[in-house]
Design a protein around this ligand. Structure first.
Ligand SMILES: Nc1nc2c(ncn2[C@@H]2O[C@H](COP(=O)(O)OP(=O)(O)OP(=O)(O)O)[C@@H](O)[C@H]2O)c(=O)[nH]1
Ligand SMILES: [Mg+2]
Length: 611
């Protein structure tokens, strides 16, 4: 028999929204206004964005937990990322919570990721508090936005109770929340009170023994692997009778060495785990996200976390350039595989498989940005490797090729609509909706294959002179829409190893756009520029000017090479073609042909034409 009880001293909530709608900033403000905060204590901006890459880019990449105390209740808060590529993080976070705060920017309104995260929350049957945020913006239009939010709830088939959501208006940055726009209010009390009143306290069955779902994994240099999750039932007595039920339904015995709970942004050691709380256990090595930790006597698995499938894959190989091992610490395939496998433990949306040989691995994920972040993290850790062009993952149904298709939302000035539509239809996009509000900007929706979007973002920004906004949302798999050519230019490829010379580069400039400057080291097969024509050319960038004793025309050639803007990692992986790779090291990003030898490439091409 079930005896449902509630733990009224705890609330678990996730903060969800589209990218940049102010989640992490709101968490800062919540910290400053709770019992844990000591006046005079400095709170950094976006406190929860602790990773270096998060700080540099001003975005949240991984979901993170923290807790605040308000009126004697502990509120566990999960700050989630708003970027679509990190959607897997949101799904994990929701598995620990009993409700969510949906932030919507008062000017931008609900955007694609708002839809994605709300859909996930409603599907789980979680309670949602809607907060229209940034009402201080000059272009705020909270009333219209509210209508758009209602439309979104209806569109997502929310039930009556869900549509009757509690609504607040906020200026997260100033720590202000209120029930009506007119209200004069100076703090977040109303938000805390609404959380306590509206988000159900975690429920548990009094008669069930300890059960915890592993929703996240962490790592500490001192105590090793950490398993993070919500206690669904029971309070734990940590002894060696605990087990972990894995994806194969095996019962693996464990010994827990430490139990911690969230206390602000830090962890605090605790003696017992209360039902409903989010806890962190250590001393467990072989545990995966989705596993259940429970007692040996009552082994009952909880429902595993289901995650949307990966749509993009990328090949990682060992660094094959002659400069391999010069700039990084880890270059061996074993080390690279070990690191990639470690990532899959923490990040459920990422998968790793062996590629065509033991030095090649296929990484599957939600989007190329997600994989680019992994590459950037690894190069900072000292890894060196090659990565190939991102590819979409095809499926076959009854022998027919199926491809992932996305909804693309475009917002741009009216006068750029022509070029944008033309380029997208060339890339097999179909216009499905167009709104022209007569104010000079249009909003358009396209249904477009995911592969068409790889590398498109930069082109779009150029076409709209940096003023356009695009957002995408995975839609479904559909019949393959046919081929199109992605790049109409070839590569300028170095035919030898050496140091690039200004004289040679200067004379190559008319052939296309160069990526390197005088003095840079090059090797055979390295791509040093983009050729104007649709074919590759092999050149000698190390060629010196022939010295002669005679001055031919009385004056020397005055050589000034055009400045070169180095490619960022994302630009590089979006730029390369299928037979090209990006060499990534802690210090450099170089492009090269997959086959470095010009002669071998020539033979391969001849063989292709002959047969
Ligand atoms: N005008 C205004 N700007 C705000 C407010 N709250 C946050 N911002 C700004 O919005 C930007 C994004 O804030 P974040 O808190 O990083 O947004 P986020 O939702 O956590 O972003 P992701 O985690 O990357 O999805 C920052 O530049 C903030 O300063 C607000 O209340 N008003
Ligand atoms: Mg954030």
């Amino acid at each position: 028999m079930k005896t449902i009880s509630k733990n009224n001293t705890i609330r678990n909530i996730a903060i969800i929204a589209h990218v940049d709608h102010g989640k992490t900033t709101l968490v800062d403000a919540m910290f400053k206004q709770t019992e844990l905060f000591r006046p005079g204590l400095e709170v950094n901006e976006r406190l929860m964005d602790t990773m270096d890459l998060e700080k540099e880019r001003g975005i949240t990449i991984a979901a993170k937990n923290c807790s605040v105390q308000w009126n004697g209740v502990k509120i566990n808060i999960l700050d989630t990322p708003g970027h679509a590529d990190f959607g897997g993080e949101v799904e994990r976070a929701l598995s620990m919570t009993d409700g969510a705060i949906l932030l919507v920017d008062a000017s931008e309104g609900p955007l694609p990721q708002t839809r994605f995260v709300l859909k996930k929350t409603l599907e789980k049957g979680l309670k949602v508090i809607v907060v229209i945020n940034k009402i201080d913006r000059k272009d705020a239009r909270p009333r219209e936005i509210l209508d758009e939010i209602y439309d979104l709830f209806i569109d997502l088939d929310a039930d009556d109770e869900q549509i009757d959501f509690p609504l607040l208006y906020a200026i997260g940055r100033d720590g202000i929340a209120k029930r009506t726009l007119a209200e004069k209010n100076g703090n977040l009390d109303i938000l805390f009170q609404t959380i306590l009143d509206e988000i159900p306290a975690p429920q548990f069955d009094k008669d069930e023994p300890f059960q915890m779902l592993v929703s996240d994994l962490g790592y500490s240099d001192y105590i090793g692997r950490l398993a993070i999750g919500k206690v669904f039932n029971g309070t734990a007595q940590f002894n060696d009778t605990m087990i972990c039920i894995n994806d194969k339904q095996e019962h693996v015995p464990l010994k827990i060495s430490k139990l911690q709970i969230y206390d602000g942004i830090t962890l605090k050691e605790a003696k017992t785990a209360e039902a409903g709380d989010i806890i962190v256990l250590s001393g467990i090595d072989n545990v995966k996200i989705g596993d259940t930790l429970c007692t040996k006597e009552f082994p009952k698995p909880l429902k595993r976390i289901s995650i949307d499938e990966a749509t993009i894959s990328m090949e990682f190989t060992i660094n094959t350039s002659p400069f391999s091992g010069k700039e990084g610490k880890f270059v061996q395939s074993g080390k690279i595989y070990e690191r990639l496998s470690k990532e899959t433990l923490k990040n459920v949306a990422i998968k790793v498989e062996y590629g065509e040989n033991k030095d090649s691995f296929i990484i599957k994920g939600r989007g190329e940005f997600q994989i680019a972040i992994l590459i950037e993290t690894m190069r900072r850790e000292g890894f060196e490797f090659n990565v190939g062009r991102p590819k979409v993952i095809y499926k076959y149904e009854k022998g027919k090729k199926q491809e992932p298709v996305e909804t693309l939302y475009v917002d741009c000035q009216e006068n750029f609509a022509g070029i944008v539509t033309e380029k997208l239809s060339f890339r097999k996009g179909r216009l499905t909706n167009l709104i022209n509000n007569g104010l000079g900007r249009i909003r358009a929706e396209f249904s477009i294959p995911s592969r068409s979007l790889i590398g498109y973002r930069d082109e779009f920004l150029t076409d709209t002179k940096g003023t356009g906004i695009i957002n995408t949302l995975f839609d479904r798999y559909e019949d393959y829409r046919g081929d199109f050519s992605s790049r109409f230019t070839g590569s300028i490829v170095s035919d030898r190893q050496g140091s690039a010379v200004g004289y040679a580069l200067f004379h190559l400039e008319p052939r296309g756009r160069l990526f390197i400057s005088p003095g840079e080291l090059v090797y055979e097969g390295m791509i040093i520029g983009e050729h104007n024509k649709d074919l590759d050319i092999n050149v000698n960038p190390c060629k010196e000017k022939k010295l002669s004793n005679m001055r031919a025309s009385g004056k020397d050639e005055n050589i000034t090479c055009s400045p070169v803007k180095p490619m960022t990692l994302e630009e590089a992986i979006n730029y390369i073609k299928d037979d090209e790779m990006v060499e990534v090291t802690p210090k450099s990003i170089r492009l090269h042909k997959k086959t470095l030898s010009a002669q071998k490439r020539h033979l391969m091409r001849s063989a292709k034409y002959q047969g």
